[in-house]
Ligand binder design. Structure first.
Ligand code: CIR
Length: 262
């Protein structure tokens, strides 16, 4: 059973960090409604939702993805590159300790979970304005005993690696070639997002479903033409905070439930 860790949108959401977007007024009630629909989509895709405590004073706390990377064997507690986001981490650590042994990215390392893309046994790590080489190397050392192949990729045109590329499955990526060079991914199959949709390469694959942001219908149509089942969620207010589909959850394969059910 997949557990999706989520966190309610903060009262201070309007004061979120922005790097590649201009600030726009965020309609908080609408953002919260969109977040609720996002949780519904995760549930429809087969996840059990586990909500973390609200952090009303932490503007970006809804973007839980950046605070931890959960693998089958271990969870890596991140150290967000934006100092304003570091107080989001302790409550996530407490939650994931119930599911996995944990290891930490420590100073001077910084790492945002949005910069870590798992594709089967490979991890692609974005070196971005949030993730520094020390943080990426710390992650690499932590996962080395488990046999993950780690590739570092320089990110300059967008916030995170996963702003530019996400996995559709263990062999196929959705890539925005305007943000990242598809050849960086070697032999993996690449589907390109529609060129008119700059933020469309971030989708969340869970079970046999892709959760996509409704603002990007052309990319969604491409995925549907490939026979993929898509659940589309309007995230227009959340996008104003430079968030996307993967950012709002941490997915944990909860094998304890499988074991307890025999
Ligand atoms: C930030 O700049 O940290 C937030 N406003 C957006 C974080 C989005 N997270 C993600 O893409 N993983």
């Amino acid at each position: 059973m997949w557990v999706a860790l989520t966190r309610p949108i903060s009262d201070a959401f309007q004061d979120c960090q922005l790097t590649h977007r201009a600030r726009e007024r965020i309609e908080l009630a609408t953002a919260r409604m969109q977040h609720a629909r996002y949780e519904d989509a995760l549930a429809q895709a087969g996840c059990r939702i586990r909500r973390l405590q609200p952090l009303p004073e932490m503007p970006d706390a809804v973007f839980v993805e950046d605070t931890a990377v959960v693998l089958d064997e271990i969870a890596i507690v991140a150290r967000p590159g934006a100092a304003s986001r570091r107080l989001e981490v302790p409550s996530v650590t407490n939650a994931i300790e119930a599911y996995r042994p944990t290891a930490f990215v420590n100073p001077p390392g910084t790492l945002d979970g949005g910069d870590v893309l798992r594709v089967g046994r490979r991890l692609f790590v974005g070196l971005s304005s949030r993730t520094n080489p020390v943080g990426a190397e710390m992650l690499e050392r932590i996962v080395d005993p488990y046999g993950y192949e780690v590739t570092h990729i320089e990110i300059v045109k967008c916030l995170h690696l996963k702003s530019a590329v996400t996995a559709l499955d263990d062999r196929t990526l959705l890539v925005n070639p305007a943000l990242i060079e598809p050849s960086a991914f070697g032999e993996l199959k690449v589907v390109e997002s529609d060129p008119s949709e700059a933020e469309a390469a971030n989708v969340l694959a869970i079970n046999d479903v892709l959760i996509c942001a409704a603002q990007f219908p052309r990319t969604q149509a491409r995925l549907e033409q490939l026979g993929r089942r898509v659940i589309s969620v309007d995230l227009s207010e959340i996008t104003k905070a430079e968030g996307a589909v993967t950012c709002c959850s941490i997915l944990v394969d909860d094998r304890r439930e499988a074991l307890s059910q025999g």
